[in-house]
Design a protein around this ligand. Structure first.
Ligand code: RUB
Length: 302
């Protein structure tokens, strides 16, 4: 399974990072694998074992799982003709990618309106939804500043900083532990999300919940920019979203012998700390997430 294995390895190495990029790449890899399948057996393996390989490449990515599930549900793994199968794969893949595209378009429109000239915004990690929203606000003529957290251990904050500076946004980098020190200079926090649970909690890059605590203490709004496609339906049934633990070498490559290191990739921000989730249906309270899923994406719940 050439395309699936190649993409899965890139996701594991963080060459493809961020929930949306991961979901896009996984759907595209499955699509290519299916379009190139010469036998029913190959197609069926891709739709079953192949999907599992992609899902296992990062544990905390429900947008990828939802996207792949959509394809599994709508593509039959028995063929009448190969041409007909390929047409079906192309159609279903287009449908789910259009959901992704529409969600992003709406989020950016809505989120960019929330930013005013003179605002200072703090963000963490690299979220393509956050950077697209900030860049749109800048294009609309809004004059604001961004404080960007470095995001140890992999420094994804640098990816954000590069994109923002390139777009001409006044951006300042600080280390993660300086977040609380600067919180009084901030008008609001904006972060992305990897997963949204049935209770309205949000899972995002490790360190996000500390920023939420600091914002709460300083009475500063904390927004999450996220498509509802990141909802994890399993959380309704009592499952906790799994938090991926990454290689300890990311923290310290040559540690002294005997030292223990932990390296969780994400943490949970409780809904009480979240002012609003900026979604494709509008800015919603984390309390109404489940209701919004019922309305927008009932297929996620089935
Ligand atoms: C990235 C991260 C991002 C979310 C949202 O973590 O936590 O905030 O994935 O990204 P990592 P997007 O770098 O470990 O993947 O808005 O692009 O979906």
């Amino acid at each position: 399974m050439k395309w699936i294995n190649k993409t899965s390895e890139k996701i594991k190495r963080l060459e493809i990072q961020g929930a949306t990029n991961v979901a896009h790449s996984a759907v595209k890899a499955l699509t290519k694998e299916l379009l190139e399948a010469k036998t029913e057996h190959h197609a069926s393996t891709a739709l079953n074992e192949g999907v599992k390989i992609l899902v296992d490449s990062r544990e905390t990515e429900p947008m990828m799982r939802n996207g792949l599930k959509y394809m599994q549900r709508h593509i039959a793994d028995t063929w009448t003709t190969r041409e007909e199968f390929r047409d079906q794969v192309s159609k279903v893949s287009r449908e789910i990618l259009n959901h992704f595209k529409y969600a992003r378009k709406r989020i950016v429109e809505i989120g960019s309106r929330r930013i005013d000239s003179g605002d200072t915004i703090l963000t963490h990690c690299h979220s393509s939804a956050v950077t697209a929203t900030l860049i749109r606000a800048k294009e609309n003529g809004v004059d604001f500043k961004v404080i960007q957290l470095e995001t140890r251990p992999k420094y994804q904050g640098r990816i954000t900083a590069r994109e923002l500076v390139k777009a001409g946004i006044d951006t300042t980098m600080i280390v993660d532990s300086a977040a609380r020190h600067y919180i009084k200079e901030i008008d609001f926090v904006v972060v992305g999300s990897d997963a949204i649970t049935s209770e309205g909690n949000v899972i995002n890059k490790i360190g996000t919940s500390q920023v939420a605590l600091a914002a709460n203490e300083a009475r500063i709004p904390f927004y999450v920019v996220s498509t509802l496609l990141k909802f994890d339906p399993e959380t309704i049934h009592g499952e906790y979203e799994k938090i991926e633990e990454r290689s300890t070498a990311e923290v310290w490559a040559d540690p002294p012998e005997g030292l223990k290191i932990r390296n969780p990739a994400f943490d949970v921000t409780r809904r009480n700390y979240i002012h609003g989730i900026i979604t494709e249906t509008g800015i919603i309270s984390p309390h109404s997430v489940l209701e919004a899923i019922h309305r927008e994406y009932p297929w996620i719940l089935k």
